[in-house]
Design a binder for this molecule. Structure first.
Ligand code: PGA
Length: 252
């Protein structure tokens, strides 16, 4: 049986003061059930402070992206070992905003996934189709290509540690959530593709849903057999909203 992972992607939001309040609320209200893990992913400048603030709690911390390089002349970049060094456990790779706004290809995302694994981080690979791709019937092939680039790079064994997040681009930040069945169909497809490589790893890998997930729709999504948690943007910025999703997972 897979545990749930409820992950907050803060994107480029927050301040020292607002983060302190948000993290205090999350730490105080995070589910104590061992089957739900809560993760928060603040912007880089705040990671160390947030790691210190969650110390002693069950809340984990991750980053929102990472360099594919180990060290060296890469101005402005952050190495995976640095994230590990300051106490990060996870890192998101290939978020659709990184792919669309910063030109990250599936090839580059796979390199980041590998670099994260090599440094002892748990990468969360984001995959998902645009509205145009969905309407043209290519959802399955799009996620296959995105997933396949990572499997080519690290082998299916990379998902013994890594996590997948299915995030339909049309649902991110739009208030248009995929229906539980729409999401389940893609999650099932992802798991089937993985099972073609290794059935045990496919059965054990957490596949999160992301895209306008909130307290009101979380229970329906999390009740689906192949949805193992959420990657939450907007609703992760208020403790009560985020904890409502974690509570739905704890009941699921
Ligand atoms: P959203 O963002 O919950 O605001 O739609 C999800 C994400 O981008 O990870």
């Amino acid at each position: 049986m897979r545990d749930f992972l409820v992950a907050g992607n803060w994107k480029m939001n927050g301040s020292t003061a607002s983060n302190a309040e948000l993290v205090a609320g999350i730490v105080a209200g995070a589910p104590t059930s061992g089957s739900v893990k809560v993760l928060i992913c603040p912007p880089f400048p705040y990671l160390s402070t947030v790691v210190a603030q969650v110390a002693g709690s069950s809340v984990a911390v991750g980053a929102q992206t990472v360099s594919e390089h180990e060290a060296g002349a890469f101005t402005g970049e952050v190495a995976p070992a640095m994230l590990r060094d300051i106490g990060c456990e996870y890192v998101i790779v290939g978020h659709s905003e990184r792919r669309a706004l910063y030109g990250e290809t599936s090839f580059a995302v796979a390199a980041k996934f590998k670099a994260a694994l090599d440094a002892g981080l748990k990468p969360i690979l984001c995959v998902g189709e645009t509205l145009e791709q969905r309407e043209s019937g290519s959802t399955e092939s799009v996620v296959e290509v995105q997933l396949g680039a990572v499997i080519d790079k690290v082998g299916i064994a990379g998902f013994a540690t890594g996590v997948v997040a299915y995030e339909p681009v049309w649902a991110i930040g739009t208030g248009m959530t995929a229906s539980p069945q729409q999401a389940q169909d893609v999650h099932r497809h992802i798991r089937n593709v993985m099972a073609g490589h290794d059935a045990d790893i496919a059965a054990a890998t957490q596949i999160l849903y992301g895209g306008s997930m909130k307290g009101e729709n979380a229970a329906g999504l999390l009740a689906m057999p192949d949805i193992d948690g959420g990657l939450i943007g907007g609703a992760s910025l208020k403790a009560a909203d985020f904890l409502a999703i974690a509570a739905a997972a704890a009941q699921g």
